[in-house]
Design a protein around this ligand. Structure first.
Ligand SMILES: Nc1nc2c(ncn2[C@@H]2O[C@H](COP(=O)(O)OP(=O)(O)OP(=O)(O)O)[C@@H](O)[C@H]2O)c(=O)[nH]1
Ligand SMILES: [Mg+2]
Length: 399
């Protein structure tokens, strides 16, 4: 029943789903216990790098709290030192944040299972939001279905929701190699629900145009709109996540060689720096620095998928986060407060189509051009390895 075609206003997007839910799905929505445990929904919120997954999860978590529901969050990346984990803990003041590093969910399935079990055994939240790495696909066959098989009575797996940055789509931003495009296409293909994210960045006419295009290309999928910034569509999306269950009509074919080549075209760069002395870094200084870095990356021919920098203070916590999700839009602050840091810690997470060595050289050059003296606590640059799922469900069983 979750293969529907919705469009236009958010209310009309989601409400037909609610009208048709019954049985198990209705029980999940009402949060009634199945056996002796209360229901726990696991929702994968996927989408390409920079599509707005973390911001949407924070918005969904806030909406869940407003409804007196508890939640957990699981972040994921190939590397360590994640700004996503830092911001999830900061925004939600939540101890229920788990992090899976060193590989994507599909290649680290047992880590994901352990994280789910830990969350379940500690506070057993009503809903667990999990954010897969943005360059990852084939999540239905390698994550959702294996989890559903193993934890049938333990967790309710939501349909696979894939966020699409509507501005990126409308303005045809990106310009990545076609092997990276393959990953993006496969993410859309396997989605049960396509969520046009950041809808506040487009006019209603532009949004209608890309919604119509998407509906034409994906006539059987659920389409919805949401903006984590304005809040539009967030409540409806939470309803959808809580009330519907993963139920793919078919399994997607995957060319793992092509998928691996696409991933290998990306460079990953993570660093953690601290200022040698009290520094009085603030949000504006972070923005100026990320803008220099963004310009340097573009001038060296890198295609940016997501460049993030955070500024934190030992005592005050996060002061600012700044992001750039493409070469066409200047970096913006996504979190900022008016305080300045004492001794500052800066995290850099950069994913771009470029060689890891090039990314390292550019970041090093930009940071050393600043007057500030830094101590480098951690630095890693690499290409994601060939995806090698722990388990892949090849045959769809009747539910
Ligand atoms: N205008 C607007 N910007 C948004 C919205 N949601 C996210 N963003 C911005 O988009 C950028 C990327 O957001 P994230 O939530 O970090 O994206 P992500 O998909 O988690 O990125 P990765 O984890 O790197 O794949 C940030 O600058 C956000 O502030 C939205 O609803 N509206
Ligand atoms: Mg994220």
């Amino acid at each position: 029943m979750n293969e529907k075609n919705f469009s236009e206003a958010q209310s009309s997007v989601i409400s037909p789903i609610l009208e048709t839910i019954s049985g198990e799905a209705a029980r999940v929505f009402q949060n009634e216990p199945k056996a002796d445990k209360k229901a726990c929904v696991v929702a994968l919120i996927g989408g390409f790098l920079g599509a707005g997954k973390s911001t949407m999860i924070t918005a969904l978590a806030t909406e869940a709290t407003r409804r007196n529901l508890t939640y957990g969050i699981i972040t994921n990346d190939q590397g360590v030192g994640l700004i996503d984990t830092q911001t999830a803990e900061h925004a939600n003041q939540s101890k229920s944040v788990e992090e899976i590093t060193g590989g994507c969910f599909c290649c680290r399935l047992s880590d994901l299972e352990q994280a789910l079990e830990r969350l379940s055994e500690s506070e057993r939240p009503d809903v667990i939001f999990a954010e897969p790495v943005g360059s990852c696909t084939d999540l239905m066959a390698t994550v959702i279905l294996p989890l559903r098989e193993k934890y049938d009575s333990e967790f309710h797996l939501s349909p696979l929701a894939i966020l699409l940055d509507c501005k990126r789509l409308a303005k045809r931003q990106g310009g990545f190699h076609k092997e990276i495009g393959y990953i993006y296409q496969k993410q859309m293909e396997e989605a049960e629900s396509l969520v046009l994210s950041k809808t506040d960045t487009l006019s209603p006419e532009e949004l209608n145009t890309i919604t119509a295009e998407l509906r034409l290309k994906h006539p059987t999928k659920t389409l919805c709109h949401a903006s984590a910034k304005s809040g539009d569509g967030v409540s409806d999306l939470l309803d959808y996540v809580l009330t519907s269950q993963a139920n793919p009509a078919m399994l997607m074919e995957m060319d793992y060689d092509l998928y691996g080549s696409g991933e290998a075209r990306m460079g990953w760069y993570n660093a953690q720096l601290t200022t040698a002395h009290d520094s009085f870094w603030d949000a504006q200084k972070l923005l100026v620095t990320i803008t220099k870095l963004w310009q340097a990356l573009i001038s060296e021919g890198a295609s940016i998928a997501h460049l993030k920098m955070s500024l934190a203070d030992e005592d005050k916590g996060i002061i600012a986060v700044a992001n750039a999700v493409c070469n066409d839009d200047t970096p913006q602050l996504s979190i900022q407060d008016s305080r300045a840091s004492g001794k500052a810690t800066i995290l850099i997470n950069l994913r771009a189509e470029a060689e890891p060595e090039t990314l390292t050289r550019i970041v090093r050059a930009v940071m050393s051009s600043l007057t500030q003296e830094f101590i480098w606590l951690h630095e890693a640059a690499f290409k994601p390895g060939q995806p090698n799922p722990t388990k892949r469900v090849e045959v769809l069983r009747e539910q």
